[in-house]
Design a protein around this ligand. Structure first.
Ligand SMILES: [Zn+2]
Length: 229
């Protein structure tokens, strides 16, 4: 596990790494191997009979509500009342959210904030859905992603995202236009009144993490939230 913490009594947040292996079914890996890895992860973190809910991520702005009865939603964020959630990434920003509610039941959220999703506001959309589901105070963990010093993009592409989120503007370490997506996500969270804890690691620079820019055949690691036993 790259990073793990019990963030509230009985509630854990974590980010996996290459030691857990690829958790995605869409990257060409053997589906049986992926399913075995997911099951091993669920058993290692003490999920009991529960399973992590994954989503079919499409770089959009749809937030799915997960009650444990649906299939795999096509969405880039999910919200649940305590159901275990997982978001997969390899350079995009994984965001894990935990909200407290008056009922005492935690409200969970995850979001996949790549370049399009950040510009579309997938993270504020997830926060809004959590509030609709009763979350009062919300805290976010922004996981490892490609950093502003590494994420070079064409100037026109940079301008499109900066128009939506000015805080995304950055330069690479070699002085060309880039995007700082974790900074953009942090500003969106702060504007939404959410406290932010940043696990500030760069996926491109750290080989313990999957990076699509480093390897087009990369697997995916995951951001996770669950009720631990
Ligand atoms: Zn970097």
């Amino acid at each position: 596990m790259f990073w793990q913490e019990e963030v509230l009594p009985g509630v854990s947040v974590a980010f996996t790494d290459t030691s857990t292996g690829n958790l995605a079914l869409h990257t060409g890996d053997d589906p049986d191997d992926v399913t075995r890895r997911r099951a091993a992860l669920e058993s290692a973190v003490g999920l009991g009979g529960e399973r992590f809910h994954f989503m079919n991520q499409v770089h959009g702005n749809v937030v799915a509500y997960v009650d444990g009865h649906g299939g795999v939603p096509t969405a880039d964020a999910m919200v649940s009342l305590g159901k275990p959630l997982a978001v997969m990434v390899a350079d995009c920003v994984p965001v894990v959210l935990v909200g407290t509610s008056d009922s005492g039941r935690p409200v969970f959220g995850v979001a996949h904030a790549g370049r399009p999703g950040t510009a579309l506001g997938i993270v504020p959309a997830a926060v809004a859905e959590m509030r609709r589901r009763g979350a009062a105070e919300i805290k976010a963990w922004v996981g490892p992603s490609i950093c502003g010093a590494c994420y070079e993009v064409p100037a026109e592409m940079q301008a499109e995202v900066v128009a939506a989120v000015p805080e995304s503007s950055s330069l690479t370490s070699w002085g060309t236009p880039s995007l700082d997506l974790p900074a953009a996500v942090r500003s969106q969270l702060e504007s939404a009144g959410v406290g932010v804890d940043h696990v500030a690691e760069c996926t491109l620079e750290n080989e313990a993490l999957f990076s699509y820019r480093r390897n087009k055949n990369a697997g995916r690691f995951a951001g996770l939230v669950w009720i631990n036993d």
